[in-house]
Design a protein. Structure first.
Length: 522
């Protein structure tokens, strides 16, 4: 039997009345890539936080390479050879890669006063070459790609002696090419004898990289299987407890008139810098236009301009023949545009209000819900009960506080409200971000159903599988511009990934990369 790197036995962790990890036994073999998957709230991140010393267990034992350990804080975990790379990087952008690498464990000059920068660069270069990480130590973090920043985080853990690496949603912000580069690094680390725990919700990536997969549901282990014993559909069923379907929609769209026309749109971002640079596109009724790209390339600003949340500097935005550029969000909503925002907690729901109050938000002054300035309680309750049932919002109580809902159910409230207005255009920004597979499946079906009713849908998503599954056409954003607009049938993850990296259509590099680097997309 292979040596065991991690053995966690009878682990339990509760937060007030919620049991996040319920008597879990979990083990990882030395030198394997072990995926840990499950719905939101399944307990996987809590379990890893127990291993890394961020939380202390209510009870249970942990053995690291056969030695029983009492891990009370992250410093102890690091001393035991455990490193964790979080989804949100913990780097200082103005510093160089070398400086970030040694921060907190700096090599000193002869008098042990100043940082020995040359030694830091030397250490970074040696580690990078040893594990094939391909980083330039003297570059500032702010000047390198997201994929390179992630490799710096891995390098930091290795510099501190990590033999076991925990990666939390490591591909969430990467292009397909960067994900491929990461997988090469992980395989190199595995070859060097490192042990890797890979937390992810992208089951196809799990099947590509993992040796074994452990599935968690409701704080417990459902099963641990080898990659050869399972597939994406089986893993999804274990996660949710029923069969889940993520098939591409096969119905040809019945396109109608142009609903939204955008021409030469220019706008600035939060820091006053140019965020949209001459964006032009049309969306027809009955069409889903997907917008792909790594976060931070102008997608948020585009959505905000279309929905009235950000002023444009120039250009045209025409909705059903009427200019809506720089109108207020309320006026735009009244015209027939609904918006599922990317941050459901900041702009989607009010946590302090009930489910039924959130479901009528924005329409509460309408004659449907209000008479002579007074809300019609019975009408609102009946309306809310209908949506709660139709959208399977749990708990099925319209008077429940929205702040007590899970992420998936909170998002269902937002989607139900926006869809119930029967808009001509639905702007859906990251509609399934952070959701479990069951909620993702449900919301995707809602979007397809709305398209079939003739709605135009502007879908912005960082999830390429989602973009490819739902879109009729796909526009790719890079640094505030569209690098290409493709028909869905002409798009592959490889091609989209190149466009996401700024390689525009017609560039010979696209042709060469698709020809020689396309892999299964060829």
């Amino acid at each position: 039997m292979a040596d065991t790197a991690i053995e966690m036995t009878a682990m339990r962790k509760a937060f007030e009345n919620v049991v996040a990890v319920d008597n879990v036994d979990f083990s990882v073999r030395r030198g394997e890539i072990h995926a840990l998957v499950g719905e939101n709230g399944a307990g996987k991140t809590t379990l890893m936080n127990l291993l890394y010393g961020i939380y202390r267990p209510d009870h249970g034992t942990i053995k690291v390479f056969g030695q029983q350990c009492n891990i009370e804080h992250a410093r102890q975990a690091i001393a035991l050879g455990i490193g964790m790379v979080h989804q949100h990087f913990m780097l200082l952008p103005p510093l160089t890669i070398a400086e970030n690498l040694v921060l907190g464990k700096e090599p000193r000059t002869q008098h042990r006063v100043l940082l020995d920068y040359d030694k830091a660069v030397e250490l970074a270069s040696e580690l990078s070459q040893l594990y094939g990480l391909g980083i330039e130590p003297k570059e500032r973090v702010i000047d390198v790609s997201v994929g390179e920043q992630q490799r710096v985080e891995i390098l930091k853990a290795l510099y501190r002696g990590a033999e076991i690496l925990i990666l939390d949603e490591p591909t969430a912000v990467l292009t397909p090419q960067e994900s491929g580069d990461l997988f090469k690094v992980l395989r190199s680390l595995k070859s060097a004898g490192k042990t890797i725990i890979f937390i992810s919700h992208k089951l196809r990536e799990v099947m590509e990289i993992a040796d074994r997969v452990t599935v968690m549901r409701h704080g417990r282990i459902v099963d641990t299987v080898s990659k050869e014993e399972t597939d994406v559909e089986a893993l999804a069923k274990m996660m949710v407890g029923r069969k889940v379907s993520f098939q591409r929609k096969e119905i040809e769209p019945a396109l109608g008139d142009v609903v939204l026309s955008v021409r030469d749109l220019e706008a600035r971002g939060a820091r006053g810098l140019s965020a949209l640079k001459g964006i032009s596109f049309d969306i027809h009724s009955g069409e889903i236009l997907g917008v792909a790209g790594v976060d931070g390339n102008g997608q948020s600003e585009l959505v905000e301009v279309v929905t009235g949340l950000r002023r444009a500097d120039s250009g045209r935005v025409v909705f059903r023949g009427q200019s809506i550029i720089n109108l207020s969000p309320a006026d735009i909503r009244t015209l027939g545009i609904s918006h599922v925002p990317e941050d459901r907690h900041r702009r989607g729901i009010c946590k302090g209000l009930t489910v039924e109050e959130n479901l009528i938000a924005g329409g509460h002054r309408s004659a449907r819900f209000s008479r002579l300035g007074r809300l019609q309680a019975k009408t609102i309750r009946a309306f809310a009960e209908g949506l709660v049932s139709e959208f399977d919002i749990r708990p099925d109580d319209p008077t429940a506080r929205a702040g007590n809902l899970s992420g998936g159910n909170a998002q269902k409230v937002v989607v139900a409200r926006e869809v119930s207005t029967e808009p001509s255009l639905l702007v859906a920004s990251q509609p399934t971000r952070g959701l479990d597979v069951g909620s993702i499946e449900f919301i995707r079906k809602v979007l397809i159903a709305q398209q079939q009713k003739g709605q135009a849908i502007l879908l912005v998503s960082a999830d390429l599988e989602e973009i490819l599954s739902l879109s009729d056409r796909i526009a790719v954003m890079y640094e505030g511009r569209f690098t290409g607009i493709l028909r869905a049938e002409d798009a592959t993850e490889t091609r989209l990934g190149l466009l996401m990296a700024g390689i525009t259509e017609g560039d010979e590099a696209v042709v060469e990369a698709c020809r020689y680097g396309g892999g299964e997309d060829e």
